[in-house]
Design a protein around this ligand. Structure first.
Ligand SMILES: [Zn+2]
Length: 393
C-alpha cells in the first residue's frame, strides 16, 4: 500500500488523475487500484510563496496549517519467495543459434528500462532448449517463464505456472503490471506530488510584469519536450501562449533540466539570421528582467530550435536489432492502405511503424519487431520499427 497526503484544495484534481489511471488499467484488462480517502485533517504543509522581488518571481517554501486528506492506495505487489521479477518471456516466438545452441531472441518483456541481455535469456533454457524451473527443479517443454533476481543480483528462472501458484496473480497480470503499469504508477505518484503543491502568488501579475525566465522555459519544455510538436505564434494555440497561461494558472512544472544548457547555448551562439539575433537579445534581456508577454513568442521559438540541436540524454538508448516488449499506441495516421503508428514504452521511448492493421489509441500491445534506425525529432529519438508483430501472452 502507498499513502499520500493531498491538500483539500487539490483533492478533485488528484481524484481525476486516479480515475484516469484506473480507466487505463480497465481498458487494458488489469484490475483497478483501490483507494481510500480519509476525512480532512489539519497538518503542517509546505506552501510555495511566489513573490515579485527585484523584477522577477522568486519562490520560497513556507510552513502553513493546511487541511489535508490521506489517500491509501492499494497497488499490486509481486512477491515470489523474496525474489524480484526481472522479465517475462514466451519461447513460442524465439530464435536459437544452431551453432552455439543459445537463444538469440525471444518474445519477452523486460521489467526494467534495460532490455534483456542474451545472457539473461540463456539462463532460462537448458541444452535441449527446454525451459528451466528452479522452483520445482524441472526442465520441461514449456513456453512461459519468468526471470527472477535475488538480493545479490543472481538471476534464476521459474516456470510461469509456479510463479502463478506462489504469487496468486495470473501470469498476464504480473507481466502487464511489472512490464508496464507499475512504471506508469510511479510516474503518476510523482505527478500527484507535483499537483499537491500549493503555490500562492504574493502579488498579482499585471500586463506590464514579467515571469521568471527559468519558469517560462520549464513551462515551454512541458509543451514541446519529449517529441511533442511546437506551435508557432501563427498557429491558433501557440506554445508560448499555452506556457504563459499555464503559469498564470499556477500549474507546477517539472524544473527543466536543460535550462542551464540552453542558457549556455544561447550565450555561445553566433546568430546568423535576423531571427536568432533578435531572439538571442530577447533571451539575454529576459535573464535580467524576466519574460514579458511581447517577447514570449520569440523566446519559445528559440528554445524550440535549441531542442532540435541537442541530442536527448536518455538514460538507456536502444540499439538497432531485435526488440520485444509492451507498448501502447500513442497516435495513428492513416494514409492509403497503410497506418502510420507511434508507439510508446513505459519509459517514454517512442517507436514509429507502418502497419496494415488498425490499432486503437491507448491500446497495450505485446510486440516484437526490428529496430532499423533512429529518427530524431526535436533531438528526441524515435525508433523505426519494421517487421512489427503483435503477440498474445
Ligand atoms: Zn516450477
Amino acid at each position: 500500500m502507498k499513502s499520500i497526503y493531498v491538500p483539500q484544495s487539490k483533492l478533485a484534481q488528484v481524484k481525476g488523475v486516479l480515475k484516469q489511471f484506473n480507466k487505463l488499467l480497465h481498458t487494458n484488462g488489469v484490475s483497478q487500484l483501490q483507494y481510500e480517502i480519509s476525512k480532512p485533517l489539519v497538518r503542517d504543509w509546505y506552501v510555495t510563496e511566489r513573490n515579485w522581488v527585484e523584477n522577477k518571481w522568486v519562490d520560497s517554501g513556507i510552513k502553513k496549517k493546511v487541511k489535508l486528506h490521506k489517500i491509501d492506495i492499494e497497488h499490486m505487489l509481486v512477491d515470489i519467495e523474496g525474489l524480484s521479477p526481472v522479465a517475462f518471456l514466451n519461447s513460442k516466438v524465439s530464435d536459437f543459434s544452431d551453432l552455439l545452441n543459445e537463444p538469440v531472441s525471444c518474445l519477452s518483456i523486460a521489467f526494467k528500462e534495460k532490455v534483456l541481455t542474451p545472457k539473461e535469456l540463456a539462463i532460462v533454457f537448458d541444452e535441449n532448449r527446454y525451459v528451466i524451473c528452479s522452483h520445482c527443479n524441472s526442465h520441461r517443454k514449456r513456453d512461459k517463464a519468468f526471470v527472477l533476481s535475488d538480493n545479490d543480483g543472481q538471476k534464476i528462472s521459474y516456470g510461469a505456472s509456479c510463479v502463478n501458484a506462489i504469487s496468486g496473480h495470473s501470469v498476464v497480470r504480473i507481466a502487464k503490471w511489472c512490464g508496464y503499469f507499475m512504471h506508469l504508477f510511479d510516474d503518476m505518484l510523482k505527478e500527484l506530488s507535483q499537483l499537491s503543491r500549493i503555490v500562492e502568488l504574493g502579488k498579482k501579475k499585471g500586463s506590464t510584469e514579467s515571469v521568471d525566465v527559468e519558469l517560462f522555459v520549464s513551462a515551454v519544455h512541458s509543451f514541446v519536450g519529449d517529441g511533442k510538436a511546437f506551435m508557432s505564434a501563427k498557429k491558433p494555440l501557440p506554445t508560448y501562449k499555452r506556457a504563459m497561461s499555464a503559469i498564470d494558472n499556477e500549474y507546477n512544472f517539472r524544473h527543466s533540466k536543460l535550462f542551464i544548457r540552453f542558457s549556455a547555448w544561447v550565450k555561445k551562439s553566433k546568430p546568423k539570421t535576423q531571427f536568432h539575433k533578435k531572439a538571442r537579445f530577447a533571451f539575454l534581456e529576459a535573464e535580467k528582467v524576466g519574460v514579458f508577454e511581447a517577447k514570449a513568442a520569440i523566446i519559445a521559438a528559440l528554445y524550440n530550435s535549441f531542442l532540435q540541436t541537442v541530442e536527448y540524454d536518455f538514460q538507456v538508448e536502444l540499439a538497432e536489432g531485435f526488440y520485444s516488449g509492451l507498448v501502447t499506441v500513442r497516435s495513428v495516421e492513416h494514409s492509403h492502405k497503410i497506418n502510420h503508428v507511434v508507439l510508446r514504452d513505459p519509459f517514454g521511448r517512442l517507436f514509429s511503424a507502418e502497419v496494415s492493421l488498425n490499432f486503437p489509441i491507448g491500446r497495450l500491445l505485446l510486440i516484437t519487431g526490428v529496430i532499423s534506425g533512429i529518427d530524431r525529432e526535436n533531438g528526441f529519438p524515435i525508433y523505426k520499427l519494421i517487421e512489427l508483430e503483435e503477440h498474445q501472452f
